[in-house]
Design a protein around this ligand. Structure first.
Ligand code: ZN
Length: 203
């Protein structure tokens, strides 16, 4: 079907435009999904709209690690079986999910909220660097694992953090280079990610 069906209807066009904003969807796919929603029973369309609003209203960031949660603490921080002496620093909550899927890590996380990027004007104050340092203050953390993407900004951020952590008693390590250069954690397969975690290297 032509992607221009929406020219018959401003409301359909509005839906196509909103769906096309989602990552990985061009206008053609957006139009296909919009038409699918149009054909669905109203109850399904309502359930989709409500699910979108619900995640926006219920999900917040964990008070300790800034992972997604619906409570004060995320399920990882509130799990008594996790090793609290290990803190793995990642860029986003998606990276937490990826590492959790490997099943090879039993410590806690710290979501930075991005990486340093002078070009995009992202400095240490825009990330949760101060919060990380505060977490390490009581000396109970034995190792900080930097699981940042293997991109120039990820590398620069790892270097920045390892220098900042120099005076701290916690050892600092980085995921082994099984993670391809230039790769984002989110796109690395689980086996590779798991072995990179096992073979992390001290910084
Ligand atoms: Zn947490």
């Amino acid at each position: 079907m032509s992607t221009d069906v929406s020219r018959f209807s401003p409301s359909l066009e509005r839906l196509v435009q909103q769906i096309a904003k989602l990552p990985g969807l061009g206008r053609k796919s957006a139009a296909r999904l919009a038409l699918h929603i149009l054909r669905q029973p109203e109850s399904d369309a309502r359930a989709l709209a409500e699910a979108i609003l619900e995640v926006k209203s219920k999900i917040t960031l964990c008070r300790v690690c800034s992972n997604f949660t619906e409570n004060d603490l995320c399920s990882i921080c509130s799990d008594p079986k996790r090793d609290r002496a290990l803190v793995c620093v990642v860029e986003t909550p998606s990276d937490v999910l990826r590492l959790e899927k490997t099943g090879s890590y039993r410590g806690l996380y710290h979501v930075l909220g991005g990486v340093l990027s002078p070009l995009e004007g992202v400095g240490p104050d825009d990330l949760r660097v101060r919060e990380l340092m505060e977490r390490l203050q009581d000396g109970s953390v034995r190792e900080v694992i930097l699981a940042l993407n293997s991109t120039p900004d990820g590398d620069a951020t790892a270097l920045y953090l390892s220098r900042l952590l120099k005076g701290n008693p916690a050892a600092v390590s980085r995921l082994a280079r099984g993670v391809p250069v230039g790769a984002e954690i989110e796109h690395v397969d689980e086996a590779t990610l798991s072995s990179a975690m096992q073979a992390r290297t001290p910084l």
